[in-house]
Design a protein around this ligand. Structure first.
Ligand SMILES: Cc1ncc(COP(=O)(O)O)c(C=O)c1O
Length: 380
């Protein structure tokens, strides 16, 4: 179940027993989410993007049901290996900007699948992981997604074949193409466009004597935070049909979902630790904020579903975190400006629950002001 929907008494009891802030997690929901993606993309091999949430028990639950892992650093490699992933078969090093020491570490334990998008990465991978399989990441349109990853990553299509040939000449084994349509993608046609672009690169590479055999469609599958309209099985059918139309059966399909696996499997319980009235507005201060679980509010105007575990009359509040920075406010409008939200009247020690807090919360939390990220409690 989605732990956001747990009865108030259960959430209060968990907070009483474990303290706040607290991540409440449904392992069953994580497994269901993974299986739903797996069923929607039956031809694809799934590599869970560890960056979405690297918590050890979550990785172990996913490893147990056969997930592979997309990793981006030595720390993520170690976390996946601790969850029993086999470096050679179960891991892709999919970050295109890699510290050479981390390439060397990954290669030393057997990881041999790396993603790149520029010539210097070819040099680094060839030097520290000679002979490895590589995927070239293409920049594709991220329009309609919340986090635009092609702003920083991906080669232009016109440089793709040159880079692939250069990788081959450096002794690497170019297997195929990867892309990312952007995180929280609400425009499934982006995958179709990106697959068509990938087909073009496959053809140009073949004409240059290089046969590619693998397509990695990255992540991007969305999570429901509010009224978002999407249908994962329909997205999967669209992608699957397009893939079948464009590529032969021997081409491998890979996906790296993160957000959609863990997003709605976790809720956060946070407590009011202070309250005030400032310039006529009611402020509530919580024991978690934008430096910890709510960073995506600042980065992407994320709005999490909120539920106060109190019963009072509806009241408008500014919601803030505990740190010494005034940017630490997580009630913000579409432009990122501080705003109020309506909640049942709340006071000191009352509890607020935020839903869909599984992805890019714990993993993006800082230790600013000495605050530690919340612990995790599993309900099943
Ligand atoms: C290379 C790569 N793969 C997969 C993902 C996971 O994306 P999502 O959480 O949107 O599924 C990301 C996210 O940043 C990424 O950079």
């Amino acid at each position: 179940m989605n732990p956001f929907a747990l009865p108030a008494a259960e959430l209060q009891a968990l907070a009483g027993e474990h303290g706040t802030p607290l991540y409440v997690v449904s392992r069953r929901r994580i497994v269901e989410n993974y299986r739903r993606l797996d069923a929607a993309l039956p031809a694809a091999q799934l590599f869970y993007a560890v960056k979405a949430n690297p918590q050890a028990d979550i990785l172990a639950a996913l490893a147990e049901i056969g997930a592979g892992f997309d990793v981006a650093s030595r720390g993520e490699v170690m976390a996946a290996v601790a969850a029993c992933a086999n470096p050679r078969d179960d891991l892709i090093f999919a970050d295109t900007v890699k510290d050479p020491r981390q390439i060397a570490y990954a290669a030393s334990i057997g990881l041999d699948d790396f993603t790149f998008d520029n010539a210097s990465e070819i040099t680094q991978i060839a030097r520290h992981a000679p002979g490895s399989h590589v995927h070239l990441r293409l920049a594709v349109s991220n329009h309609g997604s919340v986090a635009h990853l092609s702003d920083k990553f991906g080669a232009r299509p016109q440089e793709a074949v040159t880079l692939l040939l250069r990788a081959r000449d450096a002794g690497l084994d170019p297997r195929g193409i990867s892309f990312h349509v952007g995180s929280q993608c609400l425009a499934p046609e982006r995958y179709v466009e990106a697959l068509k672009l990938t087909r073009t690169v496959f053809d140009e590479a073949a004409a240059a004597g290089l046969m590619l055999s693998s397509v990695d469609i990255g992540g991007g599958f969305p999570v429901r935070y509010g009224q978002e309209d999407f249908d994962i099985p329909a997205m999967g059918r669209l992608i699957g049909n397009c893939f079948t139309d464009l590529f032969t059966e021997d081409v491998r399909l890979v996906a790296e979902p993160g957000r959609a696996v863990v997003g709605d499997a976790v809720c956060l319980v946070t407590k009011v630790i202070s309250e005030s009235v400032r310039d006529g507005r009611n402020w509530l201060y919580f024991d978690d904020g934008t430096y910890c679980s709510f960073l995506e509010v600042l980065l992407y105007r994320q709005r999490y579903p909120l539920r106060a575990l109190t019963d009072g009359p509806a009241t408008s509040y500014v919601l803030a975190g505990p740190t010494c920075d005034s940017i630490d406010v997580f009630s913000r409008d579409d432009r990122g400006e501080v705003c109020t939200v309506e909640l049942p009247e709340m006071h000191l020690d009352d509890l607020l629950v935020a839903g869909s807090m599984g992805a890019y919360t714990f993993s993006e939390s800082t230790r600013f002001n000495g605050f530690e990220p919340p612990p995790f409690v599993f309900i099943d």
